[in-house]
Design a protein around this ligand. Structure first.
Ligand code: FE2
Length: 271
């Protein structure tokens, strides 16, 4: 029997969505937990983590400068301890009317200073400014990377919304734990459907803690994704595509599979 673990063993993974800096948001409180998370990630084969604290928390309780200082200091600690992992600066930007202006002003941060920006759609509801704000960001030359669409109610109710965003050049970042059911059966079903529809471009941990369902472990999710989309595609979601993003290179993706979306909608969204 084929065992996907063998080929995945040597991956050098990039994790684009991590709440790992201490004392900033709902992630770790203390640096010891940050370092514990870093060790878990490195053991998994993650080599680069983009630190993406919530924009709201940084704006209200901290500062962009503090985020940058933390990353510099922790990279020094990681090197000193011989942990083969590098932290980069980013932010998880909830979508609101201020986001385009905050991006232009440097209050909202893209991923590693690139033209890619992690954007979190509202978990509930579908505000009428959604499309307009995303379009304004694109007009600035920035590509929105949509955080965990599988956990966003508007996408759960209408996968066509996400397909439309992807057709307009945005990227979709699914949480690795969603693939294996860490957020429940419904989210897992939707996630598998998104994978089949080519609506997943990046898998990331969205880690908050060293252990449990929000640990920095990526491997289990990648292996589960590989059983749906194949190993080459699954690897691209944690290696090639996120690497190109942090290096500010263009990313080309396959168009969504419309025909399958129609076929699956009845099964997953018919209730
Ligand atoms: Fe997050």
């Amino acid at each position: 029997m084929h065992d996907s673990r063998y080929t995945l063993m040597y991956l050098h993974m990039y994790d684009l969505h991590c709440h790992i800096l201490p004392g900033l948001d709902d992630g770790p409180k203390v640096i010891d937990d940050t370092m514990a998370m870093a060790r878990v990630a490195a053991q998994q084969g993650t080599r680069v983590m983009v630190c993406t604290p919530h924009r709201k928390d940084v704006g209200e309780n901290s500062s962009v400068d503090h985020v940058r200082d933390l990353v510099v200091g922790i990279n020094r600690d990681l090197e000193g301890e011989g942990v083969a992992l590098e932290f980069l600066v980013g932010m998880e930007n909830h979508l609101d009317l201020d986001l385009p202006a905050d991006l232009a002003a440097g209050k909202a941060l893209p991923l590693n200073g690139t033209r890619y920006c992690l954007v979190e759609l509202p978990f509930f509801g579908r505000p009428n400014y959604l499309e307009d704000v995303l379009f304004q960001i694109q007009l600035q030359g920035i590509t929105p990377v949509l955080a965990h669409p599988e956990r966003i109610e508007a996408v759960q109710n209408d996968v066509g919304l996400l397909a439309g965003f992807v057709e307009r050049g945005m990227l979709s970042q699914v949480t690795a734990g969603s693939v294996v059911g860490h957020f429940g059966k419904k989210v897992r079903s939707i996630t598998h459907s998104l994978l089949r529809q080519q609506l997943v471009h990046i898998l990331a941990s969205d880690t908050h803690f060293p252990a449990g369902p929000r640990s920095p472990e990526l491997r289990e999710g990648v292996e589960a994704a590989a059983s749906i989309v194949g190993e080459v595609e699954a690897e691209a979601m944690v290696v090639d595509t996120p690497r190109r993003i942090v290096e500010d290179l263009p990313v080309e993706v396959e168009p969504p599979r419309h025909e399958e979306r129609g076929g699956r909608r009845w099964f997953f969204f018919g209730r």
